[in-house]
Structure formats: C-alpha cells, structure tokens
Design a protein around this ligand. Structure first.
Ligand SMILES: *[C@@H]1O[C@H](CO)[C@@H](O)[C@H](O)[C@H]1NC(C)=O
Length: 300
C-alpha cells in the first residue's frame, strides 16, 4: 500500500510539474504591498492579471497554496477576482533584517490543472522606534581627560530597515560634551561623545544627559536613554593651609602636652586623594627636642 501511495503521489507530482513547466513561466505574477495592511485589503486583481473573467476563477476552483508550515497570508475573493490580505503581515517577523522580503504562493486552477507563481514583495513601514538596550548608559570620564577626547556610547537598534532604521542621534545641550555621529560598515550609525570643555570633579561630580536616537521614517520615531557620566577624581589638588603663617606664643613654664598651635589644611580631592597628613619639613635641633607634631590632627 505504501509503495502504491508513493508512486501515485509521485506521478501526480510529475504531471503537476509538467503542467507548471507549460503554464508557469508565462503566468508569474508579482505584487508589492506595505506590511501591516488590514486583512481584506486588496493586493491586486488576479482575474484581470490572468486575462480571465471572474466566473472562470470559481468554476476552476482557484485557490492559493502557500509554503508548508506557514499560515496563508493572502487569499482570493472569488466574487471579485481580487487577491486580498488574509491576515496581518509583519515584515520584521517574516524577514527580520533582510533588505528584500518576498513571499511566494502558488495559484492553483483546475480543469485543466494550472499553476501560477505569485510573488508578493512586503515593503517596510516605519512601525518600530529605535530602542537602546538600557535606559541608562553609564560612563566614567577622568577629570584629566583633554578636550577632544572621544567616548563611544551604546547604539540604539531599530528592527525596521533602510531609512526606517536609526539615522541620527541628538544629545541634550550641555557645556561639556557634544555628539559625533559615526557610520558603521553595515550602514548603521553610532554616537560618540566628544569632550568639548574639560571637566573638573570638584565643580561637577556627574552629568545626566538625555540621548535621543532618531530613525529616518515618516513620521520619525525616536528612542531615548540617559547618559550618566561620572567624573572620576584625579589627584589634581594640593592641600591648602587655612593660614599662610601660624604664630604662637607660650609661657616658658607650660606643662608637657600643652597644645602650642593647631594647623589646618584642606584638599578638594576625594577619598585618599583628599586625605591630609602633616609633616615638618624643617625644624631646628632644639625644636625637635621640645615639640612634637601630631601628623593627623596637626596639633603641635
Ligand atoms: C594624634 O591625635 C589623635 C586624636 O587626638 C590621637 O588619637 C593620636 O594618638 C595622636 N597621635 C600622636 C602620635 O600623638
């Protein structure tokens, strides 16, 4: 039984293929529609394009056959001969990043059996915005970075293609960083931040700037992320004494451990870079014998 079934199927296939060879080559039809058309929208008129009248289509049981494992995305209206959209067609789901998205179907007519290939090009519409992977892009810039230093930021992605993909970026106006847009080999764009004015952590510890990615569709769609720049501290500040000269007078009979003078200094840097300790750079022999300096408190 199995062998018989197989050979009958094989024979039918051969006949179908023979007929397709006879009729297929001069009966190919191609149409082009934007994605996301409403179900029921008319793609074209099959009866007219094949030069048949509408009655012939139903008499010959015209139907659409699509590739296996795929839902039929178009259908024939036998009353009008129109090829219509049967269900939502999402270009991104069908073809993702491919620049050309073409679906093929077979139009089957019976008595006599006739097959026509229908190719349907799905055009991209700007139905997706650019998206940054993260809402907040963290960056660290050392306060010693010189003007003109460049920092690459994460790019945004847009599943649409061509002009509907990411075309440009814009950065919230600020006095330190400007944008520089670079093109990649695949045609995509990424943004670099360029230091336009040197940073000083003692004045500004961090910056929060809104970065916007724009696509080139109509209407334009945008995606945003916050660029959070932490200005890293460099040990760029020396400690500064609260007075240039400290003068002290003590009575000759002062007891041991009397505080003669307390010096004080501050350092604008942070952490270890801003921790101040005291040393005496010059002291006479007598002074060394009589006075002691507390290195951490500055008490003499
Ligand atoms: C310095 O002063 C601190 C605080 O008064 C004290 O704990 C520390 O022992 C002093 N160090 C010296 C070497 O006297």
């Amino acid at each position: 039984m199995a062998h018989n079934g197989y050979s009958v199927a094989g024979l039918l296939y051969s006949v179908a293929f023979f007929l397709w060879m006879l009729h297929g080559s001069n009966g190919d039809m191609s149409y082009s529609i934007p994605e996301e058309m409403k179900p029921g929208s008319v793609i074209g008129n099959i009866a007219r394009d094949l030069g048949l009248n509408v009655g012939t289509l139903s008499a010959r049981k015209a139907r659409i056959d699509s590739d296996l494992n795929r839902k039929r995305s178009c259908d024939i209206n036998l009353n009008t001969g129109d090829l219509i959209v049967a269900e939502r067609i999402d270009r991104e789901a069908l073809c993702s990043e491919k620049t050309s998205c073409i679906l093929t179907f077979e139009l089957i007519l019976e008595a006599p059996l006739e097959l026509h290939r229908i190719s349907l090009q799905i055009r991209d519409i700007n139905d997706n915005p650019p998206v940054f992977i993260k809402d907040e892009i963290k960056m660290e810039i050392n306060e010693l970075a010189v003007k003109g230093s460049r920092f690459r930021v994460l790019e945004a992605h847009d599943v649409d293609i061509g002009q509907n993909a990411v075309q440009s970026y814009s950065l919230e106006t600020n006095s330190f960083l400007v944008l520089n847009i670079q093109s990649k080999l695949d045609g995509g764009k990424f943004a670099e931040l360029v230091l336009d004015k040197e940073l000083d952590r003692e004045e500004q510890r961090e910056l929060r700037l809104l970065l916007t990615a724009l696509d080139g569709g109509t209407p334009r769609r945008t995606g945003t992320a916050t660029v959070h720049v932490t200005v890293l501290d460099a040990n760029d500040n020396a400690p500064v004494f609260s007075q240039a000269v400290y003068k002290a007078i003590i009575p000759e009979n002062s007891p041991l451990d009397t505080v003669v003078v307390k010096v004080d200094a501050t350092d604008a840097d942070e952490g270890l870079n801003g921790a101040v300790t005291f040393e005496l750079s010059r002291i006479s022999e007598t002074g060394r014998r009589v006075f002691a300096l507390n290195h951490t408190t500055g008490e003499m």
